[in-house]
Design a protein around this ligand. Structure first.
Ligand code: MN
Length: 634
C-alpha cells in the first residue's frame, strides 16, 4: 500500500485517518484493521454492497449495520474477512471526524521470468505488445517485457476483440493472474491499459535497454582456426544480433535457402538455433512453430514467385494472427542483381532483409535493399567459404549450446559445394572426431541433395534434421536413411548418364580447353533426379577424369544452359551481362558463381546465344596455378 500525503481536510491533527483507494486499486492494496472509504452500490435484505475501488467490493452484513442507507452513501469500513470463495466481507467503522488519505495502487511489477512462482496470484506486468491474436474465445495479447514474451488472454465476449484501442507496438500495463494453460503460462487479464506520457517513455527506454543487452550474441570460439574466415566474423555477429533482436521483438522470421546441400547445412542450424532461442524467450510453447519458417528456393536467386508468395503469407498472418510482418533471411542465396525485383517487392512493406551468401555478389544492386549482407567476396575471399560454414558459426553465436550437434556440418557443406578451401582438412578432422569419415560425409551430402530434389517446395523439417543428424536422436535410422538415399541418388545418376554420355559432343577451344556439350532436353530423362544442373555436373566430373583440365561443360535445353568449368578463368556473371548487350532479342539472364552458373534465353535465339557463349569461353584465360572451383549449382 502506498500512502500519499493527505489531499483534503488535513487541518485537524487529532483526527483519525481514513484511506481512500484509487479506482485502480486491487485487493492487494487492502490491509486488515484499517479504515477505508466506501460507497454503497446496492442494498439487499441481508446487508449492503460497497465499492472501495473499481475492482474491490464486498458485503457489509445487516447484523453489523445500524440505521438506514441509500445507494451512493459514503461509509467507512474495514475488512472483516475474505471468504473461501474470495468474496470480501466488511464491517462499518464508527468514526465521525477523520482525515482522508488517498491510496494509489502498488504497481510493483512481476517480470515474465517470475510468472511460474506467481501462478494463481494477481500480478502486474509492463511491456510492449508484439502480437494481438483474436481467437474464437478471448483476445490474446503477446506482451514482451525485459525478460521474455507472455500471452495475455483478455475476454470481452466470445470472438470479440477486447481492448480494441490497444495495438501492436503499444507499451501497456497488464494486471492479471498467471495460470497454466496447455503446458505454458498465460496471464488471465483483469486490466490492461496503454501507458502514456512520461510513464510510456520510461518504460520504452527500460525495455529498449534490456532488448539491446539481451540481443547481444554470444562470444563463441570458432570451431577451427581460419584467418580468412575471421574477416567475416564481425558481419556474422551483426546478423546474429539482428536475429536475436528480431526474436525478442516477437517478429516472425522467414528463411529462404538454396535447395542444395550447402543451403541446407546453412539453414537448418540457424533454424534450430532460432527455434531454441524463441522457446527460451516465449512462454507460449507453440511460439517456435509460429515464428520461424524455413523454405527452400529452387533457383540460386530469390524468384518473384517465392517473393510474392512470401509476402502474401506474411500479410495473411498479420490479418489472421495479428503477427508483425517477418524478417526475411536469405541463405546461400540472395546476393545478386537477379534478387532485386523480389527485394523491391518486399520493400513496399516493413520487411527487413538479411542475406548470408557466397555466390558472386552484386553489392551495388542489392546493397540498398539489404539490412545486412554477409558474403566472402565482400572481404576479398571467395565461394570456398561456403554458406554452411558461415551459418554454423552464426547458429552458435545465437545459441551456443547447439555446438556439439553441429561439428560435422561445415564439412558436409564444404563437400556439397566442393569447396577447395585449405580449411577443409580441419573441418574433415573435426567431423572425423564425431565419427563421420569422409565417405559418410559424402553420403550425407548426396542424400541431402537427393531429398532436396524430391521435397521440391517443402522444407521437410524433420526428414532433413534426421538426415543431417542435428537435433536428432535415432542414430541407426539416420545411418540407414542416409545410405538408402545416397545409394538411390548414385543409381539414378548412373542411369541418367548411361543415356546421356553417348550424346556428349567434344570440341577443342582456341585456348586449348576441352569443351563438352550435351543437349539435356533430348538426351537425358526429364523431371527426374538428377536435374539438368546436376546431370551436367556429373558429366563434367567424368570428363575431367578422362581428359584432365582445363574442361568446360555446357548442358543446354531449349531456353537454358548450365555451365561448369575447371581450370578456366570464367566470369559467368560478366559473360551474361555481355551477352545481354550483344544479342538483342536474346532475352539473356542468369548468373551464379564465377565458374559455375546458368543462363536463360529465349528459345528462338538458342543457337546465337550458345555460339557467342562458346566464343567467350575460347577467349578465357587458362588457370595454370590451381584447378579452380567445381561447384554444383542447378
Ligand atoms: Mn552454396
Amino acid at each position: 500500500m502506498t500512502v500519499e500525503p493527505a489531499g483534503e481536510s488535513g487541518e485537524d491533527d487529532g483526527d483519525s485517518v481514513v484511506y481512500d483507494l484509487a479506482s485502480d486499486c486491487t485487493e492487494t492494496d487492502v490491509e486488515q484493521d484499517q479504515p477505508y472509504l466506501a460507497e454503497i452500490n446496492g442494498i439487499v435484505d441481508y446487508g449492503v454492497f460497497v465499492d472501495l475501488s473499481d475492482s474491490v467490493s464486498g458485503l457489509v452484513h445487516e447484523s453489523v449495520l445500524e440505521g438506514t442507507y441509500a445507494v451512493g452513501d459514503e461509509l467507512v469500513v474495514e475488512l472483516e474477512a475474505v471468504r473461501d470463495n474470495g468474496d470480501m466481507a466488511f464491517e462499518p467503522v464508527d468514526i465521525e471526524e477523520y482525515t482522508v488519505e488517498p491510496v494509489s495502487h502498488d504497481y510493483t511489477l512481476t517480470g515474465t521470468d517470475r510468472l511460474e512462482g506467481n501462478v494463481g496470484d494477481q500480478i502486474h506486468l509492463e511491456g510492449k505488445i508484439v502480437q494481438v491474436k483474436q481467437t474464437a474465445g478471448p483476445t490474446i495479447f503477446h506482451v514482451a517485457d525485459e525478460q521474455g514474451v507472455v500471452p495475455c488472454a483478455a475476454f470481452e465476449e466470445a470472438g470479440v476483440r477486447a481492448f480494441p484501442a490497444v495495438e501492436v507496438g503499444d507499451v501497456v500495463r497488464v494486471t492479471g493472474t498467471p495460470e497454466h494453460r496447455e503446458g505454458s503460462v498465460q496471464i488471465e487479464v483483469d486490466g490492461l491499459s496503454t501507458l502514456d506520457g512520461e510513464d510510456a517513455e520510461e518504460a520504452r527506454e527500460r525495455l529498449e535497454d534490456a532488448l539491446e543487452e539481451r540481443a547481444e550474441p554470444h562470444d563463441v570460439e570458432p570451431l577451427i582456426d581460419w584467418p580468412a574466415f575471421e574477416k567475416l566474423r564481425p558481419n556474422l555477429k551483426e546478423v546474429a544480433k539482428l536475429l536475436r533482436r528480431t526474436v525478442l521483438e516477437g517478429r516472425p522470421i522467414r528463411v529462404r535457402h538454396h535447395a542444395d546441400g550447402d543451403g541446407m547445412c546453412a539453414a537448418v542450424p540457424v533454424q534450430i538455433a532460432l527455434e531454441r532461442f524463441i522457446a527460451d524467450v516465449h512462454e507460449d510453447e507453440d511460439a517456435p512453430r509460429h515464428l520461424i519458417k524455413r523454405l527452400p528456393a529452387k533457383a540460386p536467386f530469390y524468384e518473384m514467385e517465392d517473393a510474392t508468395r512470401d509476402l502474401n503469407f506474411a500479410l495473411e498472418d498479420r490479418e489472421k494472427h495479428g503477427q508483425q510482418l517477418p524478417l526475411l533471411l536469405m541463405l546461400d542465396n540472395g546476393s545478386t542483381a537477379e534478387d532485386v525485383p523480389a527485394y523491391e517487392t518486399l520493400a513496399h512493406y516493413d520487411i527487413p532483409i538479411v542475406a548470408v551468401d557466397h555466390h558472386h555478389p552484386d553489392p551495388d544492386a542489392v546493397g540498398e535493399l539489404l539490412d545486412a549482407h554477409v558474403n566472402p567476396y565482400l572481404h576479398d575471399e571467395d565461394y570456398r567459404i561456403t554458406t554452411g560454414m558461415c551459418c554454423v558459426e552464426l547458429a552458435r553465436m545465437i545459441y551456443p549450446d547447439l555446438t556439439d550437434e553441429l561439428r560435422h556440418v561445415p564439412a558436409v557443406a564444404g563437400l556439397s559445394d566442393r569447396s577447395k578451401a585449405n580449411a577443409m582438412d580441419d573441418y574433415l578432422e573435426l567431423a572425423a572426431e564425431e565419427g563421420y569419415d569422409e565417405d559418410r560425409l559424402k553420403d550425407l551430402s548426396e542424400a541431402l541433395d537427393y531429398a532436396a530434389f524430391w521435397l521440391r517446395y517443402n522444407s521437410g523439417d524433420q526428414l532433413i534434421q534426421d538426415l543431417l543428424q542435428v537435433d536428432g536422436n535415432d542414430e541407426e535410422r539416420h545411418r540407414e536413411l542416409v545410405s538408402f538415399f545416397a545409394d538411390r541418388a548414385r543409381e539414378e545418376v548412373d542411369e541418367q548418364l548411361d543415356a546421356a554420355m553417348p550424346h556428349v559432343e567434344r570440341e577443342e577451344l582456341d585456348n586449348d580447353a576441352h569443351l563438352y556439350r550435351i543437349d539435356v532436353e533430348n538426351h537425358a530423362h526429364r523431371f527426374t533426379y538428377p536435374a539438368p544442373g546436376k546431370t551436367t555436373g556429373e558429366i563434367h566430373d567424368r570428363k575431367i577424369e578422362e581428359t584432365g583440365d582445363p574442361v568446360i561443360t555446357v548442358g543446354y535445353g531449349p531456353d537454358f544452359a548450365v555451365l561448369r568449368s575447371d581450370g578456366v578463368r570464367l566470369d559467368i556473371p560478366n559473360m551474361v551481362s555481355e551477352l545481354e548487350e550483344e544479342i538483342p532479342g536474346g532475352g539473356v539472364s542468369g548468373g551464379g558463381h564465377l565458374v559455375v552458373g546458368s543462363i536463360k534465353f529465349v528459345k528462338g535465339k538458342r543457337e546465337d546465344v550458345i555460339d557467342a557463349l562458346v566464343e567467350k569461353m575460347a577467349d578465357a584465360d587458362i588457370d595454370e596455378e590451381l584447378s579452380s572451383a567445381a561447384l554444383i549449382d542447378d
